[in-house]
Write a protein that binds this ligand. Structure first.
Ligand SMILES: C[S@@+](CC[C@H](N)C(=O)[O-])C[C@H]1O[C@@H](n2cnc3c(N)ncnc32)[C@H](O)[C@@H]1O
Length: 859
């Protein structure tokens, strides 16, 4: 069984619409360095201003003087395109060979940069030649006629999941996770999902076909819309090993059973709490390393953007550390160049975690990647001034500019809490716009923290204390003092644009050596709390994740209401298992209720709605009658594990539309989640494997196979399966509906007509001598069809069909005659024997308000 081996899955229109490309959508402001494209017909054309004095002043402190011109000139050039091949996809070898033997040569004459020899080339540092660099910008790809077929190739393969277009530097962090096929991985801030997809590739890549890896990826994002992008992006992978959740990463639930369960419900063999071998902490950041693809950054950038995100970044990273297993690795990354978002955060993690955590030296892990060591000294900029030590920060700004932003992390105690300032800064800085490829959330703060005169005036009015007013007038103050960090921050990795014609990125790899103790974590949290009062002056008791957070829906039901009792509970940041406090007693009450609910006494409302408003509950599908009818209709072998692996999102089993398959690793998490009262807000999971299908003719089985699930199931199907010659297979893909007598191979037509009415599988026989071995062959190509009274009809999206045709012809070197779509004697439009839905059905929600999935664009 292999996830990720499906031929493809259409990308959703929604996804594209969500991706703002600033270069593209500003015809009045074409990109610098693109030779004036976009000028036509627009006399008032102005290029993007690729200048920002505040940015320059800031980064002159960081970039060596002798490199400054190279740095700036590279930032002003559009970013070359890059993509990665999905090594777990069925056509992986075919795609590699097409790139090497076909495009690499045919594009030679189109080289656009005189310094580059190759039109396309593998990125030298990416293992296995899986990532490729194009010597063209996106704009050139779109406009250059000679590049048209290559551009089409990129678009199509990206849509079906065989490649992923992703910025080169953004591919780096997952590589440092050293992922193994049995790892449990948490991607804390995952949307839009390029790195999640990469992680899924890694876990499936090393798994044999017809086997699922034992790994698990939990991909989380706080933003519901961006979660949709994430779901859409990862759907292309067709994996049963993924759970998508929608939480604040800093409060990600630990689901610690000990806190929720009486001893009797503890089973040593089962998962006791959520913890991960690997954590990817690709936090929200200012995103100034993406300026080459998001040139609007030039206009928006100010120093306050990074300052405003620092605290959230620390909180998220600390939560990640808490959820990491001892011995595990966490990668902290940003696409910002700002040390306040980078080295300062890493130093604060080390400070809080003490000996429990080590910053790893990864300099030799990707030897071909050109990178710089992390900084050990930096200054903090606030409102036009440079500060080298926290002590120099004016009293009223100390609530905003925290000691942890400085290299030593040391601060003075005279903190005057101005909650309005704190809240505004945080709000503005996390008011994230989608920039460029939407890789990155950018913090936009035009009105606060900036370096402009306007800011100066505004804040003068805002400030109440006389001292504040006086101090504030001292703009352009520069501390003479500087600090050095005692931590080995040089082990962090900085990727700068002018080293290898890329964007900028920051990466730090941390290993957890021992459990975090309560003091380490709580001290850290307390120090944050001391300046993190809410508007009423009340301390936020948000120590973690097993609390009911503001994002949570309170379902009017006993089980959920009671969970408020654990609000102040210490969470999985601590690995201590002995927190026998009042909250754990309270939690036991909850668990009793939860157990009752499991035993069937669950309130009807919750059963229908689940814990989370707007999100369907995850229900194990146990309807034996339906399962038996599916197994018997398709002749599914006993060796295919079904029990506990099927889930739905509809509590009303008689109306289930789709059944999803989940791996054992996902199943374990789901069971834990139920035991702890559904703390995880799961927006998507599993691989759609069966789908309810009605047809006028009727079928003994009400569920058809889904294309995504077919590769997983294929080796286990013994009935309703046919083996077609290449020409008949091609005809099916091309005409989509063919009457039995019209197949070239008459025997095949007869076999088709002898099937039971309903869903069936057609496997391409080409290249196989022994039919019996085809289904277990990883290279087997099969499609889901519908057997009607007089014809066979393909149930595959047109895009997936086209892709398959292309792949078949290349793989087998078959010269298929170019046939008219309107071939005589063959019914092109659906006959009345077709099922109600003749292509891959859109994923409509089980209950309208809740499903997070988006319909296919092409279906
Ligand atoms: C840099 S982007 C992540 C990019 C992603 N890792 C990828 O490779 O496609 C940061 C993400 O963090 C999310 N985010 C912001 N604040 C968050 C929070 N408190 N908890 C979880 N996610 C958050 C944003 O919605 C955004 O999608």
């Amino acid at each position: 069984m292999g996830g990720g081996r499906k031929r493809g899955r259409t990308q959703r229109r929604h996804f594209k619409q969500g991706r703002e490309n600033v270069w593209k959508h500003n015809p009045q402001r074409p990109p610098a360095g693109e030779g004036g494209e976009g000028r036509e017909g627009n006399p008032s054309w102005q290029p993007f201003a690729t200048e920002n004095p505040a940015f320059e002043e800031y980064y002159k402190q960081i970039i060596p003087e002798e490199e400054w011109d190279d740095f700036m000139s590279m930032l002003r050039k559009p970013l070359p395109s890059t993509f990665r091949i999905n090594a777990s996809c069925q056509f992986f070898q075919d795609i590699c060979s097409q790139l090497e033997n076909d495009f690499r040569k045919s594009l030679e004459t189109e080289v656009s940069d005189e310094h580059e020899e190759d039109a396309i080339r593998p990125l030298p540092w990416y293992p296995g030649n899986l990532a490729w660099h194009l010597n063209f910008s996106r704009m050139q790809l779109r406009r250059n006629q000679a590049l048209e077929s290559f551009h089409e190739f990129l678009k199509r393969e990206n849509e079906v999941g065989n490649i992923t277009r992703q910025e080169a530097v953004s591919m780096v962090p997952p590589l440092f996770l050293n992922v193994q096929p049995d790892h449990h991985i948490l991607d804390m801030c995952a949307a839009p999902g390029s790195k999640t997809f990469q992680l899924l590739e890694m876990i499936h890549q090393s798994t044999k076909p017809a086997l699922l890896p034992s790994a698990l990826v939990v991909a989380n994002d706080v933003d519901v819309q961006r979660c949709n992008l994430l779901i859409h992006q990862t759907k292309r992978m067709c994996t049963a090993n993924l759970i998508v959740t929608n939480h604040e990463a800093q409060n990600f639930p630990g689901c610690n059973l000990a806190k929720f369960c009486s001893e009797t419900c503890m089973d040593e063999a089962k998962l006791q709490r959520l913890e991960f071998d690997r954590v990817l902490c690709d936090v929200p950041c200012s995103g100034d390393g993406t300026v080459r693809k998001a040139p609007d950054m030039w206009r928006k950038w100010n120093a306050g953007m990074g300052n405003g995100l620092h605290r959230l970044q620390v909180e998220i990273a600390m939560r990640g550390m808490g959820l990491l297993k001892v011995g595990g690795r966490m990668v902290y990354s940003t696409c910002s160049m700002n040390p306040v978002e980078n080295e300062a955060v890493v130093a604060e993690i080390l400070r809080r975690c003490g000996d429990s955590v080590e910053l790893l030296d990864i300099s030799s892990e990707l030897p071909e990647l050109v990178c710089r060591p992390g900084l050990s000294t930096w200054k903090v900029r606030d409102r036009g001034s440079w500060f080298g030590v926290h002590e120099d920060i004016p009293r009223y700004r100390k609530s905003v500019i925290s000691p942890s932003m400085f290299p030593s992390g040391k601060g003075s105690q005279d903190v005057e809490v101005n909650t309005d300032v704190v809240d505004a800064d945080m709000k503005d800085s996390t008011d994230m716009g989608e920039e460029g490829e939407q890789e990155r959330n950018t913090a936009i703060d035009d009105s606060n923290n900036g370096d402009s005169a306007k800011t100066e005036e505004k804040t003068e009015v805002d400030c109440e204390s006389g001292e504040a007013l006086t101090r504030y007038k001292k703009l352009n103050f520069t501390s003479t003092r500087t600090e050095h960090s005692d931590y080995p921050l040089h082990r962090c990795m900085r990727i700068v644009p002018h080293d290898q014609n890329s964007g900028a990125f920051f990466i730090a790899v941390l290993r957890k050596h021992s459990p975090l103790n309560e003091i380490q974590v709580v001290d850290g949290v307390k120090s944050e709390q001391s300046i993190s009062k809410d508007k009423t002056g009340k301390l936020e008791e948000d120590l973690g994740s097993d609390k009911v957070s503001s994002e949570e829906n309170i379902v009017p039901q006993q089980v959920v209401d009671n969970t408020n009792a654990v609000d102040g509970e210490q969470n999985g940041d601590m690995d201590s298992k002995s927190s026998k406090d009042k909250s754990s007693e309270d939690a036991k009450v909850i668990v009793k209720e939860t157990e009752k609910a499991q035993a069937g006494t669950r309130d009807r409302r919750q059963q229908n709605q689940g814990r989370w408003r707007g999100v369907d509950p995850v229900i194990f599908f146990k309807d034996e009658v339906t399962i038996k009818s599916i197994v018997s209709f398709y002749g599914i072998k006993d060796s295919f594990p079904l029990e506990g692996h099927l889930v739905t999102r509809n509590p009303d089993t008689s109306h289930v539309k789709r059944i999803y398959y989940v791996s054992k690793s996902v199943q374990d998490v789901l069971e834990l989640n139920i035991k702890v009262g559904e703390r995880l807000k799961i927006t998507s999971l599993g691989l759609k494997i069966f789908e309810r299908q009605s047809s006028k003719e009727g079928s003994p089985c009400t569920f058809r196979l889904s294309s995504e699930g077919l590769p997983l199931l294929l080796p286990y199907i013994t009935k309703q399966i046919l083996y077609a010659s290449a020409i008949d297979f091609q005809h099916l893909l091309q005409y989509r509906t063919i009457k039995f007598p019209d197949f070239v191979d008459a025997k095949f037509g007869e076999e088709a007509s002898a099937l039971l009415p309903g869903c069936c599988v057609v496997v391409l026989r080409e290249g196989h001598q022994d039919i019996g071995s085809i289904a277990t062959d990883p290279s087997a190509i099969a499609i889901v069809c519908w057997k009607g009274k007089t014809n066979l009809c393909v149930m595959l999206s047109p895009l997936d069909g086209e892709e398959l045709l292309e792949r078949i012809s290349l793989r087998f070197g078959l010269k298929f005659p170019k046939l008219d779509k309107e071939k005589p004697n063959q019914e092109v439009t659906g006959s009345d024997e077709q099922p109600d839905c003749a292509t891959e059905a859109d994923d409509q929600p089980e209950s309208k308000a809740s499903d997070m999935e988006i319909p296919d664009a092409e279906a």
